[in-house]
Design a protein around this ligand. Sequence first.
Ligand SMILES: CC(C)(COP(=O)(O)OP(=O)(O)OC[C@H]1O[C@@H](n2cnc3c(N)ncnc32)[C@H](O)[C@@H]1OP(=O)(O)O)[C@@H](O)C(=O)NCCC(=O)NCCS
Length: 165
Amino acid sequence: MRVLLRPLTADDAEALVAYVAMATSAPAREQPPEEFAAQARRWLENWTGRELGIACEDEGQLVGAAWARVVDRVLARDPDTGAPLPELIIAVAEHQRGAGLGHRLIDALMQLARTQGIAGLVLTVSERNPVAVRLYEQAGFRHAGDTPHGLGTMIWSTPCDDPMP
Ligand SMILES: CC(C)(COP(=O)(O)OP(=O)(O)OC[C@H]1O[C@@H](n2cnc3c(N)ncnc32)[C@H](O)[C@@H]1OP(=O)(O)O)[C@@H](O)C(=O)NCCC(=O)NCCS
């Protein structure tokens, strides 16, 4: 397997629909079509290709993606400026899971956030998804409470640069 990482582009929008489905459907529960449609709008509406996003590609095929955007309802804000923090979504194609792509995607997305001067990222995760919880904890996300729908929220704050000596 020779998997490459690259930025997400405008051309990826269609392929990302399947990744929204993977990331937003709870295990062993059929996602009602109207719920999926709302999630697809939330994550892909007005997709420009200039989002903060990383694709994982294997021989030209998308096999994973992670991106972050400011979505309604805003879950967390930069404590200094009040600016909303982008929310993160991630999924890896089933046949490629467990090979480290989740780690690579999230690390690359956090690096991109750093270089773009974004104060941090927020996400929601179900406690019934321990693989994802562990991935986020290892990446440096910290538990920050619960949504009204019973999902956990986790936040990562971009580290400040070391002070000048
Ligand atoms: C969560 C997800 C993105 C992780 O991607 P991945 O490529 O499998 O992750 P990695 O291979 O980098 O593994 C991350 C960690 O999970 C562990 N892991 C991966 N698959 C596992 C499995 N089936 N069972 C137990 N642990 C597993 C890995 O061992 C690794 O832990 P480690 O760093 O301690 O070794 C992927 O499972 C996925 O797409 N799930 C469905 C969508 C989803 O749930 N998205 C998140 C919504 S909040």
